[in-house]
Design a protein around this ligand. Structure first.
Ligand code: NAD
Ligand code: AKB
Length: 316
């Protein structure tokens, strides 16, 4: 088979996706890459240190290794992109165009590119935001993701490029720290709960955001990528829903397991970003097209996170 290349693979999603793709296709067929130096995350995989904005090196890796699929995860997330908007635009959109052009030229066969609930902003329904709801993003991250979605649809419609995409909600995982997002509080809280039994949330207590556990996110990503082509009716990006909670409810779920855990609140600039996003997501189209079905509830996710993180700190 042609090889699979993952960019940004040392990040929150990549850390899990490299493992899942290696289990499915064999580590020999999966190349991990990131701008950072190799760490000990995937000892069995080929690793390429790659800045995705270095197009010459990027194309050479693709051609020399007979890469057929790219999962393009390298990006700046919402909070970081808001601090460095031009960098956010360049990294999040121009590198996608480069990859779409590789596919248009027949050098690769298939692309996965993640979008985000950040495409929604002013005018969209807050509750059960729909697949085709108003996309009026209020952040540079959302603007770039919306442009990316339109680029994906354009390259599919005009040139037949097989690019598939999911609008992830906030992702929660125990394997890697979250990097520069607005939903990251929902990951940090677990580390603080175990280290200090207390957390100060930069998101206010009653602010709802849609969230998804990483196990479900990876399963959904693989399901979309390897579903029959005629089932993929959306070529912008699929809404994916699962759970929706606010910091107070997440803290209460943690207190079920750790009754002494305390939460306090000190909202910062990320509060405004969170307030521009949906509270919950309608994912009917993904369920109908390719059978999206998440497994985790809030309480099950909390138990799983605490179990994995506590066993890791006991080993350390
Ligand atoms: P992350 O920040 O954890 O990882 C991104 C990785 O990209 C990092 O390892 C970083 O070193 C790498 N990177 C940064 N600049 C690079 C460059 N120039 N060249 C190569 N690598 C570079 O992000 P993540 O959470 O894994 O997100 C991956 C993708 O999924 C992004 O497109 C993000 O917008 C999208 N997404 C994530 C979430 C979430 O909650 N994690 C939600 C919605 C969408
Ligand atoms: C972020 O908060 O930036 C990401 C996202 C929802 O896109 N987690």
């Amino acid at each position: 088979m042609r090889k699979i290349l993952i960019t940004g693979s040392l990040g929150q999603i990549g850390t899990e996706l490299v493992k899942a793709l290696s289990a499915k296709f064999g580590a020999d067929n999966v190349i991990a890459s990131d701008i950072r130096e190799r760490n000990n995350a995937f000892p069995e995989n080929q690793y390429e240190q790659l800045d995705v904005m270095d197009y010459e090196k990027f194309e050479k890796i693709v051609i020399d290794n007979n890469v057929g699929e790219i999962y393009h995860l390298a990006a700046l997330l919402s909070a970081t992109a808001e601090k460095h908007p031009l960098m956010g635009w360049d990294l999040n959109t121009k590198t996608l165009i480069f990859i779409l052009e590789l596919a248009k030229a027949g050098k690769i066969d298939k692309i996965f590119w993640p979008s985000s609930i950040a495409v929604f902003g002013r005018g969209a329904h807050k509750m059960m935001t729909g697949q085709e709801d108003v996309r009026n993003p209020l952040t540079m991250y959302g603007v770039a993701k919306m442009a990316g979605e339109n680029l994906c649809e354009y390259y599919f419609t005009k040139f037949g490029v097989d690019v598939r995409s999911i609008r992830y909600p906030g992702l929660i995982s125990h394997s890697a720290p979250a990097g520069g997002g607005t939903t990251d509080y929902a990951v940090e809280i677990f580390h603080h709960a175990l280290d200090k039994n207390a957390y100060t949330s930069y998101i206010d207590k009653h602010t709802y955001m849609p969230m998804l556990y990483m196990d479900d996110a990876i399963a959904g990503t693989l399901k979309l990528m390897y579903t029959e082509v005629d089932k993929v009716s959306v070529r912008t990006s699929y809404n994916l829903g699962c759970m929706s909670f606010n910091p107070e409810e997440l803290a209460a779920a943690i207190q079920r397991v750790r009754p002494d855990f305390q939460i306090s609140y000190a909202p910062d600039f990320r509060q405004q970003i969170a307030e521009s996003w949906p509270h919950s997501i309608d994912d009917t189209v993904a369920r109908k097209d390719w059978g999206w079905q998440p497994q985790f509830t809030l309480n099950r996710m909390v138990e799983d996170m605490l179990m994995h993180l506590s066993s890791r700190s006991e080993l350390a």
